[in-house]
Ligand binder design. Sequence first.
Ligand code: ADP
Ligand code: MG
Length: 715
Amino acid sequence: MPSMDPAGSQNSTKADFFARKQRIAQQRKSLPIASVEKRLVDEVRSHDILIIVGETGSGKTTQLPQYLFNAGFCHDGKIIGITQPRRVAAVSVAKRVAEECGVEMGQRVGYSIRFDDMTSSSTRIKYMTDGLLLREALLDKYLSRYSVIIVDEAHERTVDTDVLLGILKSVQKARSGPINQRLNIDHTKANNGDTENDSQRGGSLNRCQGLKLNPLKLIIMSASLDARGFSEYFGGARAVHVQGRQFPVDIFYTSAPETDYLDATLITIFQIHLEDGPGDILVFLTGQEEIESVERLVLEKLRQLPEENQTLKVLPIYSSLPSEKQMQVFMPAPTGFRKVILATNIAETSVTIPGIKYVIDPGLVKARTYSARTGMESLVVVPTSKAQALQRSGRAGREGPGKCFRLYPEREFQKLSDSTVPEIKRCNLSKVILQLKALGVDDIIGFDFMEKPLREAVVKSLELLALLGALTEEYRLSDPVGHQMARLPLDPTHAKALILASQFNCLEEMLITVAMLSVESIFYAPREKLEEARTAAKCFSSLEGDHLTLVNVYRACDELFEKSKIGNSKEKAEKSLRKWCKENFINSRSIRHARDIHRQIRENVEQMGLHIASCGDDMLQFRRCLAAAFFLNAALKQPDGTYRVLSSGQAVQIHPSSVLFRTKADCLIFDELKVVASILKKVCCRYRLLCWRTCSTASDDSDPGEGGLVQEREP
Ligand code: ADP
Ligand code: MG
């Protein structure tokens, strides 16, 4: 049975299989949460809302849904839904749980994330992203298929989690009241039974009238030990704490600030590898691009070591990595080898990777920031909070005493903020508002948010949606554009670009563009082959800009793939595509992901009945559609050669990787604003020895403590 063997090893024998099964059963039994299974189930039975906090790795995500399933919470074919802020977590945890249950993925245990649904009518334990459950609420506003919904990783406070909490609060209230009352309750206090909206939502209200709805059990799980905020939000809901085990972790700081943290990371990896005892290394980096460049550098440096020291296995993990690659980080390293896992902050609390003894933490994270004044959102690399730094170091002490290397001086740690600001306070809200409107919430400011977004941010985002034609003069969803935009699981600007393109006969090109814009780093340029990479990239360049360049790359890949498929298996065609990508310095993982997304958005627009056609060589229509959708991201060339964003007056520059970097068009539109932080500056003193200062030991107590369940103090 393939799902039993995530490594895909063809040779695993029956004995291996049973040994693994036994090992998994033992691992499950030894998790801290296992000792409180019965008490937890009782807590869920007796409380409709329960807040569970617990150390990362104690078994909340993988075990609780199984306990509830076994306790009969899926009677009448109902589903236990578990939401995750991250795609990778939803997929990897679902795979693990399917394996623990000994079932095939998509049967009893499944997952559903944007553009990838692995569930069936038999699925009872369903892992998904919080964003996906929000979309489900569009079609079934009582979420009537679910008996239990677990909002996991709530401490992350992503914008989707926050909105979901508000929606679930009202769904739960609606499902707890007497049947006739329930039907009048909506997600917003201001809603007054908008029948037009209900029919747009597929008449879910009508469908519900014949249904007997059971109360919804709502569980909020968080790794942060402070449950007060959640408990207060849910009217003083019961909170319990699952006690985990934590071995002591020695924390090391650098004696002086590091000017190049990637370089410092590399030095630290090899210092541990050559001088420290066995144990895997977990490195926190900020994104796919950075992970890939560190991966190349480690491999390059590894080749220079004596053969007996070439025993590192480098494994990346980030959200757009194909799932079979993601699963590799959970497999033990080959005998005699040490794993180095290069991860984004996904490995902070969302997934627990066994075997980690060393953590390298440069202290940075990629975060969204938003300026309500300019209406611009950008991705910025910023310092982590103290809470994040503590979570990261904790990953080294899961299975035994560990070490954490923070690549900054101790005094910098003291300056970090205590916790991260919820995303809802620092992002563009237009996508969320579009969804809330589609859910029937018209008064956005009046919506029951756990923490209200800034009023100016709401106003700015409403303005954007109105300019895109998604709202009427009364700020309701417009027909058909607003409703069509809400149906597409995309950023509103991208959704608008597709709708426009369908009217101007260039939807083929726009579908490709939107798919390519949805993935990170199509091109890569290794330091040692910069010139070769630039020459290769030129073959695809379009003088008309990066969007058309992306279309060229996609079409070249597609053509090659289709050609290689003739007379060959799919695997063989994929192999030649990978080879071709490598020769052309194109990221084959990103292309695969873009092809996947393309296929699914195409299905979406087909279902919506949009007209799909190609504009052939007439790119003018296509560029007009881009300009009409991205008009707020238009920048005009200034007499001194710099650019200014027309809508906000903000000074910007063309990124050196753009095909327009040298041409300098008079006016251009852009997709993304990157803030280049000074911390990214490179210095050339490589492979020098870093000086460490041991600053604190988490605890001298080597007794990891027993698992247990204690009640949190009353809020
Ligand atoms: P929590 O949600 O409390 O942080 P989890 O339920 O995610 O904890 O993890 C419990 C245990 O399951 C951890 O010890 C982790 O190592 C193990 N685990 C989770 N996913 C996998 C996987 N894909 N492969 C192997 N072990 C896993
Ligand atoms: Mg978890």
